[in-house]
Design a protein around this ligand. Structure first.
Ligand SMILES: Cc1cc2nc3c(=O)[nH]c(=O)nc-3n(C[C@H](O)[C@H](O)[C@H](O)COP(=O)(O)OP(=O)(O)OC[C@H]3O[C@@H](n4cnc5c(N)ncnc54)[C@H](O)[C@@H]3O)c2cc1C
Length: 619
């Protein structure tokens, strides 16, 4: 191959986006992964999006990523979650055909110029004088490159658990990457920690008694993730999911066997995702509840595998069988694969800059579950940002750091590198203080200009965006122009009780109203965006004033080499925390836990003095 500019290690959701972004930006990219057939594999549930996560998928799409396109092309069911809440926190989610998803992603990567895919295990990162030089493979081959993006997921020193049985692996049926952890410690000077996650059993569809379950269909009018998917012709053939519940008999089986669960026997010591607990944990933590909802989700159109969302577990096989057979509808269920847990190494993300480059080794970037996150969407977003930043740095161009007011992705990266993680980090809308602005519907409006300026958006996307923006502008003009009973439609839409469909219906018979209804039919996405803008106009104004204050602090850059020990008036704890995190801006410094506004004042005065001293020197 041509000597690559960038090596991406790992073909999971992070690696896919990192490789695709770097290749799209014109860098010769080598994607090295342990098994090319596993590229795009979903380790756990066959679904993309959800609350907080759907917004991330829309942002990935606006930044020219792959995930939204793959999800639209391979979806089996679309549902907008959180519809009972405000529109800002609606979460688009789709049930995916897992094999079709892998095929789509693999074909997409194969179609990209500048990208070569290599099967192999990376055992070491090569580092010289604080700069990455390339990667060594298990067969001894060395690939040299000035930038490396590691996206090893749950594979670093992965250990699987089921009952008292443990075995090494990256996930079921795949080997662990044993040696890379050691190289990260020894060659890259990184500290590693240990986290845990788990998954449920899979059942044979024909062995489930669906007549005892509640049917759950997709939305009648599914909304695609990608701007490039034409909503008018988007009519995926949707399959139903099914709902059943655990019951006191299931809970009794679990309680009676808790000592045989590696979570409770002391066998697993790492922390798992608090918001995605195993059924053992739910039964213990919510002891007063006598049922938990379970969703039976088909894994694909050409497979009989069914995923039991809500029943993640690592109890022994006989206990899994007893508890599953105690669930209504699953009395005779055939188990195709049992649930298991996995412990793996991760890199505490406070060792990363906001570009996801490690602070210890220039040119070495980390993304995905390796950074202490959980979830396909979080991983994909981190991969995209790491790949894009690696490409920018190689070209001597400025870094891409999204603000907290600009994108959920910005919130996630800022949280990770500023606060670190105590458990696998997943996105929630509550993490975003500017969530009224960070809606799933307006991701293109927020991010396309940036994607254009850094060459992440292609011509097709820019053309689709310019049509969207023009339709949105026209729709907003019409909403302001058309008045009913002395009130403009824009003002009417500010009332949360006023549904868009009702406002359109009662807009009258004028030519303008006809044009607006035409736009709602031909450009529904544009009209939805402006309707939400009208709804949130008052709140957003207030939020924007807060954003402006914070942005000022986020514009005050701190020199990366600042010697915090030399700042006389800074508290000892503040010095330590700041030296550890090395915040990029005063805004980020303020968000570090343990840092007070008074510390920021001391720091600001110091920076001011340093700046003046430098100016005096320059004179
Ligand atoms: C058992 C289990 C249960 C999970 N449950 C949930 C859940 O309930 N909810 C949720 O949101 N998420 C869950 N996840 C997490 C989800 O799968 C990950 O967040 C997501 O897949 C991370 O994407 P990634 O790209 O970082 O890593 P992965 O998807 O793990 O991909 C890593 C890739 O890197 C490759 N690789 C690793 N090391 C090397 C190496 N040294 N050399 C070459 N290639 C290498 C692997 O072959 C693989 O292709 C679960 C994961 C597992 C394994």
């Amino acid at each position: 191959m041509v000597r690559p500019d960038i090596i991406v290690v790992g073909g999971g959701h992070a690696g896919i986006e990192a490789a695709a972004a770097a290749a799209r930006m014109g860098c010769q990219t080598a994607l090295v992964t342990m098994d090319v057939r596993a590229i795009g594999r979903m380790s756990c549930n066959p679904a993309i999006g959800g609350i907080g996560k759907g917004q991330i998928v829309r942002e990935i799409d606006a930044l020219g990523g792959v995930m939204g396109l793959a999800a639209d092309a391979t979806a089996m069911q679309f549902r907008m979650l959180n519809r009972s809440k405000g529109k800002a926190v609606w979460g688009p989610r789709c049930q995916s055909d897992r094999h079709a998803y892998e095929r789509f992603v693999q074909a997409h990567l194969a179609s990209l110029a500048n990208l070569e895919i290599i099967q192999g295990e990376v055992t070491a990162v090569l580092v010289e004088n604080g700069h990455v030089r390339g990667a060594r493979l298990a067969d001894g081959q060395e690939i040299l490159a000035p930038a490396v993006v590691l996206t090893a997921g749950t594979f670093l020193s992965g250990v699987l658990h089921r009952g008292d049985r443990t075995w090494p692996g990256g996930r079921i049926g795949e080997s662990a990457a044993g040696k890379l952890s050691q190289s990260l410690r020894e060659n890259a000077g990184l500290t590693l920690g240990r986290l845990k996650t788990g998954t449920c059993a899979r059942l044979a569809a024909e062995s489930i008694d669906y007549s005892k379950c509640e049917r759950q269909d997709g939305d009648a009018q599914p909304v695609p993730f990608s701007l490039l998917t034409d909503p008018a012709s988007f009519l995926p053939r949707q399959a139903p999911c099914w709902i059943t519940n655990t019951n006191p008999r299931v809970h009794a089986v679990i309680r009676d066997n808790l000592a045989r669960s590696p979570m409770y026997s002391g066998q697993i010591t790492a922390t798992g995702p608090r918001y995605c607990p195993s059924i053992e944990t739910k039964v213990v933590r919510f002891a007063d509840k006598d049922r938990h909802q379970l969703f039976l989700e088909p894994e694909g159109r050409d497979t009989n595998w069914v995923y039991i969302n809500g029943l993640s577990t690592s109890v022994p096989v006989d206990v899994q069988e007893a508890m599953i057979h105690a669930v209504e509808g699953l009395e005779h269920a055939q188990i195709l694969q049992h649930g298991y847990a996995i412990e793996y190494d991760y890199v505490p993300p406070t060792q990363l800059a906001s570009t996801l480059e490690t602070k210890t080794v220039a040119g070495l970037y980390l993304a995905g579950q390796l950074n202490g996150t959980t979830g396909y969407e979080e991983a994909a977003a981190l991969g995209l940002m790491a790949g894009a930043n690696a490409a920018r740095k190689l070209r001597g161009q400025g870094e891409i750091v999204l603000g907290r007011e600009q994108a959920y992705i910005g919130v996630m990266i800022d949280d990770l590198v500023t606060k670190g993680v105590l458990e696998p980090y997943r996105m929630f809308t509550s993490r975003a203080e500017h969530r009224l602005q960070l809606r799933a519907d307006n991701a293109d409006m927020r991010l396309t200009e940036l994607a254009r300026s850094v060459h992440l958006a292609d011509e097709a996307r820019l053309a689709a965006f310019s049509a969207l923006a023009a339709a949105a502008d026209r729709a907003m003009a019409l909403l302001r122009q058309i008045r009913i009973d002395g009130q403009s439609l824009a003002e009417r839409l500010a009332n949360p009780q006023m549904a868009l469909a009702h406002v359109l219906q009662t807009a009258g018979d004028s030519a303008a109203a006809g044009e607006l209804r035409g736009l709602a039919a031909s450009a529904p996405r544009a009209v939805e965006i402006v309707a939400a803008d009208c709804l949130y106009a008052g709140y957003v104004g207030r939020q924007q004033r807060q954003v402006a204050q914070m942005t000022q602090l986020d514009r005050r850059l701190i020199p990366p080499s600042l010697d915090y020990a030399a700042i006389a008036h800074l508290r000892h704890e503040a010095r330590q925390r700041l030296a550890e995190i090395r915040p990029r801006t005063l805004g980020q410094a303020l968000r570090i836990s343990g840092i007070t506004p008074a510390d920021i004042n001391v720091l600001a005065v110091h920076l001011h003095a340093v700046l003046h001293a430098e100016k005096d020197d320059a004179r």
